[in-house]
Design a protein around this ligand. Sequence first.
Ligand SMILES: *[C@@H]1O[C@H](CO)[C@@H](O)[C@H](O)[C@H]1NC(C)=O
Length: 299
Amino acid sequence: MAASLYLAVGIALLSAVSAQLRFSAVQPFPGHGGRTGRQLSPSCGRVQSGGQDDVVGGEPVLDGDWPWMVLLGERLGGRRVWTCGGTLLSARTVLTAAHCVSGRQPAALTARLGEFDTSRDDDGPHVDAAVASITVHPGYRGAARHDDIALLRLSRPVALGARVQSACLPPAGANHTGRTARVAGWGLTEFNGQSAAVLQEAALTVTDINRCEQTYRTQLNFFTRRYPGGFGGTKLCAEGDEKASCEGDSGGPLTTPGADGRQQVIGVVSTGFGCGVAGFPGIYTKVSQYIPWIMQNAA
Ligand SMILES: *[C@@H]1O[C@H](CO)[C@@H](O)[C@H](O)[C@H]1NC(C)=O
């Protein structure tokens, strides 16, 4: 009796503490509340590698240029397989695609941070973080890939610094049509091609969403079945040269600098038709449409 009372009080205290923590996590940071929007981490979006920012088209990135890049691993049949990308949003939160993590057990997942060259161990330290919980957007429905967005809560906070850092969020509702953006990944999941050892990036342009939707609608007979109401304002299309559209890993970031120069993650690599097929831009989950959901569910 007494033991269960202690337990109940303990749980009540714990939930009060976690509610407090959650509350403090969603407060805007002073000075970043305006054009940059609300952030989960005050140090977000800064690159400290001193690397150049004007690399174009399917180039290896400079080590340290994508400190928010997450490599997502999954235990499959006793083996760890790298399956998807993700973006670090805070010391405990990873943003990824719902189709990468839906139906998985958190214990089966690993989030690797600070990775650069997957074939070497002497390219700088990386951190393998355990995943404590997975939050898939409630609107996500398998094949249709609507609301293809999910958050992972890491089991303990990772240290943020030059090598591992969070990306900023775009302001809620921001429209990035016409902007230059960059996508990065090891090319893990796309079309069973050989994945690259070193992180690759490509420069893309965010294209007009209506034109993109029209392209898919008229060229793909399953489009209407998959997206009965079209993209519904929650997708973003981006394309570059032929080589570029294949570089991103599912779940990985599409970023662009905000007015303050910090990198914001504006898209989550979701789907698209093939790899570098001319005229078919890649389809991304439009992060600016999910800011309240991210703020409510991030750790
Ligand atoms: C976004 O901006 C573009 C170009 O400025 C404009 O054509 C388009 O209508 C805007 N889209 C939305 C959803 O506001």
